[in-house]
Design a protein. Sequence first.
Lengths: 696, 173
Amino acid sequence: MRYLITSALVISLALLVILIRSLSNSDFISSETFQLLLKINLAFVVLLFIFIALQVYRLFKEVKKEVTGSRLTLRLVISYSVMIIVPLMVLYFVSVNFLTKSIESWFNVRVESALESGLNIGQKTLDILRKDVELKSRSISYSLSNSKINEFNPILSDLTEKFDIYDAMIIDDESQILAISSRDNIEIDAVFPDEKDLILANTGFHGKIDITQENIIYLKTYQPYFLIDDKIQKKFYLILTQKIPESISQAALSVESVFEDYQALTFSRNSLKVIYQITLSIILFLAILLSISLALYFSRRFTMPLSTLSEATQSIAKGNFKKKIPEQGKDELGMLVRSFNIMTTKLETANKTLELNRQRIESSRNFLESIINNMSSGIIVIDPKNNIRLTNKLASKLLGFNLELLNGQRFNQILEHGSQFEEIVTLVNKNKINYKEKALILKFKRRILSIQLTEEDVGRNKNKIIIIDDISEITAAQRNEAWSEVARRLAHEIKNPLTPIQLSAERIDHKFSKQLEKKDRAILSDITKTIVNQVDAIKKMVNEFTEYSRSPELTKTEINLVDLINELVNLFQKEDLTINILSSSKKINFMCDEIKIRQVFVNLINNAYEAKKDDSTCEIGIRLRKTKSSMIVNFIDNGSGINDDIDIFQPYVTTKKTGTGLGLAVVKKIIDEHDGSISIKNNKLSGANVEIQFSI
Amino acid sequence: MMAYILKSLLKINLAWLVFFNTSYANIIVEDQELDSTKIKYFLNYELDNELKKIIEKGISIQVLETTILKRKNQYFFDHVLFKKTKNIKIEYHPLIKKYYLFEENERFSYTELNDLIRFINKPRYLTLDNFQDSKNKELTITWEIDQTNLPKSLQLSLKKPTWMIIKRLRHNL
């Protein structure tokens, strides 16, 4: 664009100089070259206008697209243009007015009338001279008419000399030259009269003023006359030629020439005005268009660093701190660019440090998260506004719902997942934590959870940390230990007197039944049987206690679990019992204590049978699966299911009226001894599903 | 091809000039002999009022009579066989109130301008030699003011068409 504007500036200036110079040369103005120049200038104005129109259109498009800096450029262009156009227009109108007035002043009325008067004087002078020659002609012809033909020559010579006539000639009506008199030796042809003039002179005097090609004015008179004594009345013509004195002739012709020039100028008055106006208009348009071009160029040049700066700022706002602007000049804009570059460098360094710190924090956070997630306790961090800030997976698992979904939300929202969390919420909502209230025990879904609340030590706004521990197994182990101790003591203290009691009861029955009457004998027999039976029951219970409290001494052998289960099924042949076996293979070998595992399976089948609904058939499905890492056995029944709120594997916990509550406790103990796990849950429709899992 | 297009454009331009300016004009082939052809041509020109005023103010005017004989080509520019230019000068002396017409070294004076115009409109004759083949030949006679001989200030108004005496008399021989 710079080169284009420079070229336009140079060309237009050159054209203007030529045009203005040409105006000072009238020859040049009138030539075709001037008009060609006008056309070229005009064409150049049109080209420049198109160029500017395109530039302005481009600028408006940029404004519409909201290109950075375009609005400022447009504003500057408008301001510059107005600043330039207004004085130019004033100058133009003053110049046009001045020129018009100047041209009008050339055509002064007084000048014109003076010239016309001069011309009139010349005409009158020539008229006077013509009349003088006419008088002379009449006088000479009168003298000649009183003479004879042969006297013509001397009389003519005398009279022409007397009247100061330049040339004189006498011809007859047949154009025969009869006499001639001349100051110079003239050629006859040159002065010989025109036929038309002779015709005009035929009726009387005829005179004319003429001018030669050499600009000599002369008077020519034709005077017909007759000789008085001539009876034939032959017509003669006296032809006089009188040259106008050179001083008068030159003056008159000079006036005529000036008059002619003045008239020519008068005719071109309007054209001159138009030419000057067109030239001035072209100059105005060129000046305006060039000014707008320059305004466009300088506005763009001025706004370019600002646009670049704005773009760079946007780039930095997007996070590109490497953006640098080329330095321009030493002015304020240059200083601004330098300051901007220094700022971006500092921002880049700060950003790098920030990024490094962020990575470190991220790394620390990941490390912390990893630790928290791998902790054996559930963790919930709550910020001072009681919003959940951080949780680990175990916390979600222990509380039974996905806590991560509540991250950033109020802690109270955990109440939506169960009213059992009310105690925790109450604990957290207390502003000052009393040491005694820092921990609570929550029984929830057969789990015993220990909830501990602590506060961060650092900072004014302290975060609260909830630590959740599953103490179910610890509690169970403690309880088992206690029950084992009780069982051992019971076995030792109760089992010993039971045999003498039973034997004594049998002896009483045997010794005294014969002595009693039939009625009393029956009563005694019932009483002793009751004693014996109850002692048997106590023995059985003691045996179970003994079994439960026995220390684990496993005798492991490899057995086929499929065979074992088939054998047990054959033992449980009852009308109201159906057992289905589903095994992934016919042979699933497993290293275990066969007697104890048999006891486990018997206990589980018994439990399932005892849990059957009244008047219905008990259906038990046994499923055996073996994977690469484990062996799984499921006992699925259609009974009444279990109560979710109690841990059925705890000793002395039973839902049956006659159970000791030790069956499943013994089962769990045996499974634990085999490093396995046991779980129980209700089926969707009815019954329960017991799953035993052994690691291989 | 380009030459053909240019030629067509020129023709249109010339035709416009003829119709615009000529009141009546004609070229008549009077006598065609073996070695020459005699052409009679005439104008019926009525002097424009403005031009009349100019002449009466004493401004002399020169008219150029250009006679061009061309052999017409179909695609290329025509070949000029003959070209002749004649100067005719019209002059008025307000001092002696006389009109002069200068034509081929001859001078004719008139007291009335109409007499001068009548003289201009009189039939004129032209003899073209070696003119046997008359096919594709065009004769053009143009009358126009010699602008360069006008007073300089008057040349500014040159482009006024009413000031132009352009008579392009065409005759296909």
